[in-house]
Design a protein around this ligand. Structure first.
Ligand SMILES: [Zn+2]
Length: 54
């Protein structure tokens, strides 16, 4: 099991860095800007609260 400290996989694009469009093709994920990872602390827009355990 991989332990991620600072970055975590982008949930929107599943760590791929891009998302598939319904009309076909793909575009860079706006959530992670094509990196596939997001900063763990940059989650103000998410509805999940993940700052209770750490
Ligand atoms: Zn993403």
């Amino acid at each position: 099991m991989v332990t991620v400290v600072s970055d975590k996989k982008c949930e929107y694009c599943d760590g791929q860095g891009y998302v598939n469009l319904l009309l076909g093709g793909s575009e860079s994920c706006y959530a992670c800007h094509g990196t596939g990872t997001v900063k763990a602390r940059n989650s103000k827009a998410q509805k999940q609260t993940q700052n209770s355990k750490y």
